[in-house]
Design a binder for this molecule. Sequence first.
Ligand SMILES: [Zn+2]
Length: 209
Amino acid sequence: MFLYFKYKKVKIYTEENKQIACPNCNEKGGMLFKVYKKIFSIFWIPTFPLGKIGKAECLYCQSEFKKSKMSPELIHGYELVKDKKNIKATDFSGLIILCGFISMVFLMDDGSYEEKEKLYLEAPKKGDLYSYKINDKHRYSYLKVERVSEDSIFVIPNSKYSSRIMKMRRINKAENYNPNLKYGISKDEVYKMYQEDKIFQISRKSGEE
Ligand SMILES: [Zn+2]
């Protein structure tokens, strides 16, 4: 038995900003801040929150800015948005009675996440991202859904792999997906891979649910 852990992002807040200009295209009024909470779970049980992360997106030029890439103006705007919805820090301050309740809340969170994955599995869409184990050695990579037909999906495999699930996001870059490598898998096979935990995570870009 190996220790299965998972790190995930749950979107908690989105806000449009009308004042800040996009550092890329200079258009004003199209900056969108998205705030996520990070949750670390072991064996599908959310264990503790790891704080919040977020990004800014420009609705005009589609540029995305992680915090490290934000202009000072964007960082300021983001900080204001980020603090609007707090992960209830006070809920975690050792109030033992609340602990059970909180873990229930997080378990429910997790439940809805698993439910979502099942929906993605049943109705795949172009752009869905499958995290999968390449083989029994510790190699993890992604399959990106490119096309869906009646009984199959067509995926582009990520050409890189990561030996740690926690760090695999690093390889999720556009240049690692070569459309020439596209191949088809039957939906039955995909389902089987999911059941066997070979595909261990399915994500869909937020806003495309
Ligand atoms: Zn822009």
